[in-house]
Design a binder for this molecule. Sequence first.
Ligand SMILES: *Cc1c(COP(=O)(O)O)cnc(C)c1O
Length: 222
Amino acid sequence: MITENLNQIKESLPSSVTLVAVSKTKPVEDLQEAYDAGQRIFGENKIQEMVNKFEVLPKDIKWHMIGHLQSNKVKYMASFVDLIHGVDKFKTLKEIDKQAKKNNRVINCLLQAKIAKEETKFGLSFDEIEKILISEELQNLKNIKIVGFMGMATFTDNKKQLEEEFLSLKAFFNKHKTATIKDNCKLETLSMGMSGDYNLAIDCGSTMIRVGSSIFGNRNYN
Ligand SMILES: *Cc1c(COP(=O)(O)O)cnc(C)c1O
């Protein structure tokens, strides 16, 4: 099923959209099947789980951390992570920079914007993002690169609301995209859309979707 699901989704995507296969909680056999079907970008939301999978799976996989970050665990993935989606604190950026430097590399990051109307714990307001983008301190972080934004819409079937949330982030993204701000900040990626809403997210300007259950089936958390 995984191969069929993946092929079906890939065929429907515009070439401008990158698919992240969200494999959290799934066994390595499932990831291997997706890999064999050509998938190379995988998203995980727990650092330890991602490290375990990284160690046993092919080395040309690009690993994306899509979950909320604990600063003290950044070091475990700093040698290999390809893109970190969920950065929602300046302090976390500093820690990523420090660990990237130790590994002699630059780590790409997305700032997570709070776009959902529902109460969510994570994400930065647009004001807070702007503050980071213009801060003097950002220029000192030579080992990170902010390559775009990530957003999660409200968990709802209300299409109008989802659309509003996605479009608000797209507008904010466009506003800052053209104003090249710093050497370590080049906004190219807008990560929004999951299994339930990725088509709408793409219509609203998403360039990267994070799809789990539509590829791997429902997750069993027990
Ligand atoms: C789990 C998760 C996804 C994928 O969710 P599905 O509904 O299974 O596609 C996408 N983004 C984030 C941040 C996630 O935690």
